[in-house]
Design a protein around this ligand. Structure first.
Ligand SMILES: NC(=O)c1ccc[n+]([C@@H]2O[C@H](COP(=O)([O-])OP(=O)(O)OC[C@H]3O[C@@H](n4cnc5c(N)ncnc54)[C@H](O)[C@@H]3O)[C@@H](O)[C@H]2O)c1
Length: 189
């Protein structure tokens, strides 16, 4: 809503469905996106994305994933959100853009990671790439809005909650995140 300014009717893809990507999906829904294509390597995450409002789901591990998304969306999406923190996911996001489309990436891969861009394709198809840090959030402005949307049932962030754990189990909690078994966990003191 802030970085990309998705408009009602836009076609959106979210690549990577952890807490960040699923929040992006909820934002795309609020912004009125017409199609929300969810992409991950985990079929479990794709199932959760459907429950949260994804209209289409694709497994990034399928070799024909980019081709299938372009076919399903009539040439590609207006916005592809790279939310995995992986250079591969950035590449896929660029591949599934329609002409004039934008990739917005919030992923943070290892600091030395680089991506080799096809320069003439970027120009010929008028694509754009933009980074997003903390969703370009202005807390004083946005947090009250998030709270109000939550109260109205329009921002169901508790659906991202995978459980509660005591501080003593924090290491097991990190393992669950790394195994893609959890979306978001609450540490109870
Ligand atoms: N920009 C910011 O302000 C900000 C804030 C918090 C986190 N992050 C970064 O955002 C990224 C996501 O964070 P998270 O907490 O949701 O992570 P996560 O590990 O919970 O989720 C990542 C998801 O991406 C999927 N994935 C991995 N490789 C993929 C690929 N090639 N194609 C499709 N899906 C793929 C995984 O299966 C997983 O479901 C991380 O890189 C994190 O560091 C950025």
């Amino acid at each position: 809503m802030n970085t990309a300014n998705v408009r009602p009717g836009d076609m959106v893809a979210v690549v990577g469905l952890g807490g960040v990507g699923l929040s992006c999906l909820l934002g795309a829904r609020l912004a009125g996106a017409q199609r929300i294509v969810a992409v991950d390597l985990s079929d479990e995450k794709l199932g959760l994305a459907r429950q949260l409002g994804a209209t289409d789901t694709f497994n990034a591990g399928d070799p024909g994933c980019a081709r299938d998304i372009r076919a399903a969306t009539g040439g590609g999406v207006d916005f592809a959100f790279e939310m995995a923190g992986s250079v591969k996911a950035l590449g896929l996001s660029l591949e599934i853009l329609d002409r004039g489309g934008s990739v917005v990436t919030a992923g943070l891969p290892p600091a030395a990671a680089t991506y080799a861009l096809n320069h003439s394709n970027l120009v010929g198809d008028e694509k754009a790439i933009r980074g997003s840090y903390m969703g370009s959030c202005v807390p004083e402005r946005d947090v009250p809005v998030f709270i109000e949307l939550y109260k109205q049932g329009r921002l169901p962030i508790d659906r991202l909650r995978s459980g509660t754990l005591p501080l003593a189990d924090i290491n097991a909690g990190f393992d669950r995140l790394a195994d893609v078994a959890a979306v978001r966990q609450i540490v109870a003191f």
